[in-house]
Design a protein around this ligand. Structure first.
Ligand code: AMP
Length: 181
């Protein structure tokens, strides 16, 4: 988590207490996205460890993972694959249940989005319990992708998501962290 940028990325993330329900501290990354040099530095830091690895696709999780994942794919000169909420993808898709910090849902991926053995980097804005990322990794592995790593701007270490991904053998790269939920 040693960053090369002088920009204080953490200070650009806005915290909204009690959203979307009481007790949740919502880490709103849209304020970072809206800051030109902050957003640029954030994407640079996010992809930094992956420049010297073979990455054929970045898979981004809806919706903030699309913004970061698209920019990351452009930096890594590779393709982008969307992982979407249920019912949003137009072609044949496979789905996976997952638990959020505040609810239960299903994410889907087009079944022809990845070729067997393809090296894929997973990207999202934040990892909390890791439930969403675990479901995304299961989807990618069902398509026989080689998940070479996962990158998140924000880690909430008290919720243990990185440990869950480590159990699956997926190495994570994160930029900033917030204590608590
Ligand atoms: P989890 O599956 O528990 O790791 O939750 C990660 C997903 O939920 C990410 O897509 C986040 O955007 C969103 N999320 C969970 N907790 C928060 C939070 N406290 N603030 C902002 N987004 C969150």
């Amino acid at each position: 988590m040693t960053l090369k940028t002088d920009i204080d990325l953490k200070s650009l993330v806005r915290t909204i207490p009690d959203y979307p329900k009481p007790g949740i501290m919502f880490r709103d990354i849209t304020t970072l996205f809206g800051h030109a040099s902050g957003f640029r530095a954030c994407v640079e830091e996010l992809v930094r460890p992956f420049h010297d690895q073979r990455v054929e696709s970045v898979a981004g999780i809806e919706a903030r993972g699309f913004i970061l994942g698209g920019a990351a794919a452009d930096r890594l000169r590779c393709g982008f694959v969307p992982i979407r909420k249920k019912g949003k993808l137009p072609a044949k898709a496979i789905g996976q249940d997952y638990e959020l910090e505040y609810g239960v849902d299903v994410i889907e991926i087009h079944e022809d989005a990845i070729s067997a053995g393809e090296p894929v980097l997973l990207v999202d804005d934040l990892i909390a319990t890791g439930g969403t990322a675990v479901a995304a990794i299961k989807l990618l592995r069902r398509l026989k992708a080689e998940v070479i790593g996962a990158a998140f701007v924000i880690d909430l270490p008290d919720l243990g998501g990185l440990a869950r991904l480590a159990e699956l053998g997926v190495e994570c790269h994160t930029l900033i962290s917030f204590d608590g939920e």
